[in-house]
Design a protein around this ligand. Structure first.
Ligand code: NAD
Length: 473
């Protein structure tokens, strides 16, 4: 299989070429390196029709039949993992080892979710009757995915949608379509035709999907602003939605931590994937007693890490993935400079042409600064000083977002107490960026609606039939 060129849509198990195509840019060079097909209404309609036609037989296969095919699909990716990782670096920008990490994790995730089952739930078993709930697949699901974890976040949708008996039309981000197009190509001979379709398009394709009457559900990951548009469009015919949206995650560091050891973990929790992680630490609250020491440790780490082309050996942090995001993050940093805030930045990037931004700290900006209030989604991290625990919890919670948060302390019982006061869907104590196929992931407040992962995530791809069955007299 050619991973350098020849990217096609997959509709009804077949390759589809389109008249119109788009350039795919390597963010480390700013240059186009591949062409991707562009679906329009006709391709979307064909994909939905194929998925609708495939639905009854896929549903009838049952959990075990679908499980066998999904496990085969996961296995079929394994020989291509290295090539997919190489392609991932070129379209997404992340260094090779970490790109490979996402591919391997994605394959693991499919296998783990494929082993899940939603059994009937008996909710009453009395002398007069049994009442049970059965979960039925919804039909055709639309998956809409962002560019920061393009492979894994697609799989977070594909695996639960398919194992629970739905068929799917998936749209990757137009910034990172290539690995997803190849994934579908690899599966053409493994999954029954029409069960899994991938279409790529420009900005108009997402709204076309949310308006399409053939979808029973939209599973969306992306920004809060787009999520609201998805929900609005889905309301027209009451499509089900799961929305995994933005975040501005706070981490609170107590004065009892080992500064040096924790600094390293905080650094990677904030800057992994050049900080383009929905659950990255985006506001770092450090107790006054250790603030200076922690800032100095983090500054040392920032200065020791040069941003560069992810395909170059030794590079740990790649470019920002696309030009609009690069401009946004640069504007936030420029705004902080214009405010006279103290900026600590890493070395000049290797390779000037790409969308490179040195890892950047902002030293104790005011709470109302844009760099604190907005989701940066790029390598700029505000460090914020606090003295009072109630005050810092109030500041952490003073956000329209509620995705994840973290507490760092050597007193785990106290950490749990604080965790229970944070208004976020996930809280880690002395950790970050953790999740798993068996662990429900859900944003609070405007960070989302519904759940991904775990059995709760699986249930979101089903409707419930509650059956009242009388016992024999
Ligand atoms: P985005 O909202 O711009 O785009 C996401 C996807 O939606 C893309 O595929 C895009 O083409 C599509 N889209 C755009 N407009 C649409 C519309 N009107 N209707 C339907 N689809 C549309 O987000 P992005 O810039 O790709 O990703 C970054 C954002 O995603 C950040 O806010 C980040 O926090 C969030 N994110 C959240 C999670 C999570 O699990 N909560 C995970 C990763 C990223």
């Amino acid at each position: 299989m050619d991973f350098d060129s020849d990217f096609t849509l997959t509709i009804n198990g077949r390759e589809i070429r389109t008249e119109r195509e788009m350039d795919v840019i390597n963010p480390a060079t700013g240059l186009a390196f591949a062409r991707a097909p562009l679906a329009q209404q006709a391709e979307l309609d064909a994909a939905v029709t194929a998925a609708q036609a495939a639905f009854p037989a896929w549903k009838a296969l049952g959990w075990d039949g679908r499980r066998a095919l999904l496990l085969a699909a996961a296995k079929a990716l394994e020989p291509h993992a290295a090539a997919l990782a190489q392609l991932f670096v070129r379209e997404q920008g992340r260094p090779l080892a970490m790109a490979r990490g996402e591919i391997d994790l994605g394959i693991h995730w499919i296998k783990a979710v494929a082993r899940q089952t939603l059994a009937d739930e008996t909710v009453e078993d009395s002398p007069a009757r049994t009442v049970y709930v059965r979960h039925e697949p919804l039909g055709v699901v639309a998956g809409i995915v962002p560019w920061n974890f393009p492979f894994l976040l697609a799989i977070w949708k594909i695996a639960p949608a398919l194992i629970s008996g739905n068929t799917m039309v998936l749209k990757p981000s137009p910034f990172t379509p290539l690995c997803t197009l190849k994934l579908a190509e690899i599966w053409r001979d493994i999954l029954p035709a029409g069960v899994f379709n991938v279409i790529n398009g420009e900005n108009d394709l997402g709204p076309m999907m949310t308006a399409h009457p053939g979808f029973a559900k939209i599973s969306f990951t992306g920004s809060t602003a787009t999520g609201k548009r998805v929900m609005e469009a889905a309301a027209l015919d009451l499509k089900r939605v799961t929305l995994e949206l933005g975040g501005n995650d706070a981490a609170i560091v107590l004065p009892d931590v080992d500064v040096k050891a924790v600094a390293r973990k905080l650094f990677f929790g904030a800057f992994y994937n050049s900080a383009q992680v929905c659950i990255a630490t985006k506001r770092l609250y450090v107790h006054d007693a250790i603030y200076d020491a922690m800032r100095d440790e983090l500054a040392e780490l920032v200065r020791a890490n040069t941003v560069g082309d992810g395909s170059a050996p030794g590079v740990m942090f790649g470019p920002v993935q696309n030009k609009p995001q690069y401009d946004r993050v640069q504007a936030l940093i420029a705004g902080a400079r214009a405010q006279g805030l103290t900026i600590i930045e890493g070395p000049a990037p290797i390779g000037a042409a790409g969308y490179f931004i040195p890892l950047t700290l902002v030293d104790n900006p005011p709470e109302e600064a844009a760099v604190v209030q907005e989701e940066a989604f790029g390598p700029v991290l505000p460090l914020l000083r606090y003295t009072d625990m109630d005050d810092v919890i109030t500041r952490a919670n003073a956000s329209e977002y509620g995705l994840a948060g973290a507490v760092w302390t050597s007193d785990v019982a106290l950490g749990i107490e604080i965790a229970n006061r944070l208004e976020t869907g996930t809280v880690w104590i002395n950790d970050n960026l953790q999740n798993g196929p068996h662990i429900p992931f859900a944003g609070a407040k405007q960070s989302g609606l519904g759940v991904e992962n775990g059995l709760d995530g699986l249930r979101e791809f089903t409707w419930r039939r509650t059956v009242f069955a009388p016992k024999p007299a």
